[in-house]
Design a protein around this ligand. Structure first.
Ligand code: URA
Length: 474
């Protein structure tokens, strides 16, 4: 039996070095016990772990490294062993990395997925509170957060970049991190009571949240799945949720009675220490640039991520970037984009106020001579990319989401629907917002008969107009 002791729960380098040495010697996964702590990163056990030959080549597919770097942060104690088993497999058969049906690989992918989600949740939900720092001129901010996995160290860079000029601490049960404007330091885990719970910035934020809370959109189940209750405790606005829920019906009735009234414009707020949405989106976009969740990244020139204001009330989802979008790195800039822009204008929607994205973020195509011919994404590809869309939705929190075409509708709803049947009526989405479905603008370009094309185009504009009116009425 071989025993490997890693220095910390997120000790990827320690795991990698030991795994290499063991894999080169073909040691089966069942002969290794992995643990954390107890003696630093030394390797010890009944048998000495074979020394790795530094000159021996050790190649593994890049997607495996990406997968391992995320999965290793999961709280499942079996992760080291599972990853080692995958390592042995892909070393002998690199193409196994593509086998999406393989149960072992799927299990490790689920671990990695949970970790990535936790990373983004931390970025979106950490809320700093100002504390008195006696004798210091600098303001100091402290946040409390309870991650599910060992992600704090991995996320530190995000907060350093986002709040580079602030002095802050993030306290968590396992590990705390502190930034003084120059250096990042760590200290042991803390308790919730070590972090402050109220500050004046919160009063403003709470007032704003109460003003924009819309009882008509209340879906408690969806709220719980998107923002699990444990995060509520740390968000100033969340302390109001139980009361707001309790009063929701009465407020809804009042709202109806009081309508039509122009809704109060959202207050423009200067960035506050709790305002992570922009940063969370930037980080998400940066992560998506290196996406290898499906094989389409091998085809496209680049990830074409969504664009638009972070607080947009309308999000529109297309299918996937086309040839020109793939080169420009922006959605809807090619021929379909021109049709779309003209229809938006006719419907009175300002594109600059819309968050525009695609269900699939790489250009799927086949080469015919020099031409790159669009191919419709398959369900597995839409599903793989849906993760990004869900994260975008979580950050943007649009009031209305409009799906253009069947691929976008599938990504928005999570199941296949026919446009003819779903068009023209709102759908309540998991996030509590409202979903609408219409045709894709490229469908309009393919209609051979001019009269029919004009008619369909008018229907498309009508759908957009409807959405605008719904937003105005909301
Ligand atoms: N079609 C889409 O669905 N999205 C784009 O970005 C361009 C064309």
């Amino acid at each position: 039996m071989y025993r490997v002791s890693l220095s910390a729960d997120d000790d990827f380098e320690g795991w990698r070095d030991a795994a290499r040495a063991l894999a080169v010697s073909q040691i089966p996964a069942s002969d290794i016990v992995w643990s954390v702590g107890s003696g630093g990163s030394d390797l010890f056990g009944d048998q000495p772990v074979p020394a790795a030959n530094p000159l021996a080549g050790f190649g593994v597919p890049k997607p495996f490294i990406d997968l391992a770097q995320s999965a290793i942060l999961h709280s499942d104690p079996e992760r080291f062993s599972l990853l080692y088993a995958v390592l042995l497999r892909v070393r002998s058969q690199p193409s196994d990395m593509q086998d999406r049906a393989d149960p072992l690989l799927r299990r490790v992918e689920m671990l990695a997925k949970a970790v990535r989600r936790d990373i983004h949740k931390m970025r979106a939900f950490v809320r700093f509170r100002e504390v008195e720092d006696t004798g210091k001129t600098e303001k100091r901010y402290v946040a409390w957060f309870e991650p599910e996995h060992h992600i704090v160290r991995r996320n530190a860079g995000f907060f350093v970049r986002r709040f580079a000029n602030m002095h802050w601490s993030i306290l968590t049960p396992e590990l705390s991190i502190h930034w003084d404007g120059e250096r990042l330091q760590e200290s042991p885990g803390a308790e919730r009571g070590d972090a402050p719970s109220e500050d004046p910035v919160e009063d403003i934020w709470k007032g704003y949240y109460a003003a924009i809370f819309n009882p008509a959109r209340l879906k408690v189940g969806a709220m719980l799945s998107e923002m699990p209750k444990k995060y509520w405790r740390n968000l100033p606005e969340a302390s109001m949720i139980p009361n707001l829920i309790a009063g929701a019906q009465a407020r809804e009735a009042n709202m109806i009675a009081a309508s039509p009234k122009p809704s109060a414009p959202p207050p423009t707020r200067a960035a506050t220490p709790g305002d992570n949405a922009q940063g969370a989106w930037e980080a998400l976009r940066a992560d998506a640039m290196g996406c290898t969740r499906c094989h389409l990244h091998l085809l496209g020139t680049q990830t074409v991520f969504g664009e638009g204001p972070i607080g947009a009330r309308l999000m529109i989802i297309g299918e996937q970037p086309g040839d020109q979008e793939d080169l420009a790195g922006r959605p809807f800039v090619g021929p379909a984009g021109k049709v779309f822009d003209a229809a938006l204008e006719q419907a009175g929607i300002d594109r600059a106020r819309v968050y525009l994205t695609n269900a699939v973020k790489h250009f799927k195509h086949e080469l015919r001579g020099k031409r790159r011919i669009h191919q419709t994404p398959q369900t597995a590809e839409i599903q793989a990319c849906r993760w990004w869309l869900q994260q975008e939705t979580e950050i943007i929190r649009p009031r209305i989401t409009l799906a253009l075409g069947a691929t976008a509708a599938r990504a928005m709803i999570g199941k296949t629907v026919t446009i003819g049947k779903t068009r023209g009526a709102p759908i309540i989405l998991e996030n509590g917002g409202e979903g609408w479905v219409t045709v894709h603008p490229s469908y309009l370009l393919r209609i051979p008969d001019a009269a029919k094309a004009a008619e369909e185009r008018e229907r498309f504009v009508e759908d957009l107009r409807n959405v605008r009116e719904r937003l105005e009425a909301a």
